[in-house]
Ligand binder design. Sequence first.
Ligand code: FMN
Length: 488
Amino acid sequence: MSRKISPAELSQHNSPSSLWLAINGLVYDLTAFAPSHPGGLQILLQHAGQDASVPYNKVHSPSLIRTSLPPTAQIGSSDSIQTPVPQIFSSVPTKPPLSTLISPHDFPLAAIPSLTPKATAFISSAATDCLTHRANSSLYSHLTLRPRILINVSTPTTPLVTTILNCPVSSPIFISPTSLGKIIHPSGEKAIALACSNLDMAQTISTSASFTLSEILSGQNTSHPAFLQLYVDKNRVNSERVIEEAVRNGVRAVMVTVDAPVPGKREADERIPTAAGGETLAPMAGTAAAVGDGKGAALGRVMGGYIDDSFSWEDLGWVKGLLPEGVKLVLKGVQTAADAVRAMETGLVDGIVISNHGGRSLDTATGTILVLLELQRCCPGVFDRMEVLIDGGVRRGTDVFKALCLGARGVGVGRGVLWALGGYGREGVERYLEILNDELVTTMKMCGVTSLEELHPGLVNTRAVDHLVPERVGEEHPYAKWRRKSKL
Ligand code: FMN
């Protein structure tokens, strides 16, 4: 039976040298853990010596704290503490019946009334001027299709069945990893998992998910292929623990994110400290004060303090060494042919995701479909040695089709899934994915193909963007010599 701790005693422990928090009826001593808290020390200090259940529950699952801390950190309970029901959604969301949504573009419009301004900014924001974010999707519209005619496309099969990273799936579309699902929907990543399981599609789960991997996967009896997205922790032991848990829960690949050694500057998210209804997300999810740097309140930055910016090529062997036979190693965030070749040459990497974090990391980085073309032009050999996946800006079945024709094995969707989740939970995610799959099948048949094996670059006209694609791997810039001279 744990010791009862009075509010008066709790309130004494409100500093870095003795930091206690009451969460959901239990009192924890976070003194040792606080300096490595992913969301930063400041945010814990704001609540030190108090009941932090409300801000905690807005972002984390109840079990996260129990599984992340050693049992000795739980030092007692308190009568005064009530377990609050998190309430972060607008009280009267007005949204159309799900069955009336027929376009992927309908989902953000339908979801926004149900979401807090903070959640909306979190999903929609991108780095600085959002140029890469917009280019990711607009570039697809410059590629035109070259349909072949008078082909019997009546074959009544399941034309999208394929494998991604050796996992059988019903569609080449997969779920890109996104963090903090609970601020978008109470069931967050668990709802996405159920949708993927029902549709037999692959889900990538973020290191910064709101729920533990076992809650997302084992707790729900899901049967779909799942991948872990890994942000490498400054404290490598934490990453080892995350990988171990992932392997225990049956993940089939670890995707190390390599396009965000530091968080991007997402100004729309930085500017919003509070959520709708006057309720503040600030205590747990960030305010300028929470970080104390005057830069704003973007969730990715507030929560990303643990990411190791010293992680480099030399460390890939360490990750690979933690993976049992059959669990693939993937780099997420490859943006040049030179790095695709380098990944291949390590001999450690099974796949890459061409990604720029949906334009959330480095603004004016190249739109991802151009990077796919760069790989086709400069290093086509990588497609035989590693699986090449892509995400960023995919909004329509035609976008998926184009990426597949140009050599992608799988195509990821990020924000689209979150809008669907925010508006309608599991059912919304399912409907959104079904619409995309359906559009893809229609596009295939319109172009005269009935299976993914038949797709090839000849079905897409890329002339409008070809001049934007580099000619050679690691091509020297014409001004390279001048730059070197100027350094003398
Ligand atoms: N990528 C990661 O590697 N790890 C993350 O935790 C992560 N969190 C994200 C959170 C949000 C709200 C969004 C929108 C994206 C996040 N991403 C993360 C990037 C996505 O995995 C993906 O690369 C991107 O969303 C694809 O672009 P799209 O949103 O245009 O489909």
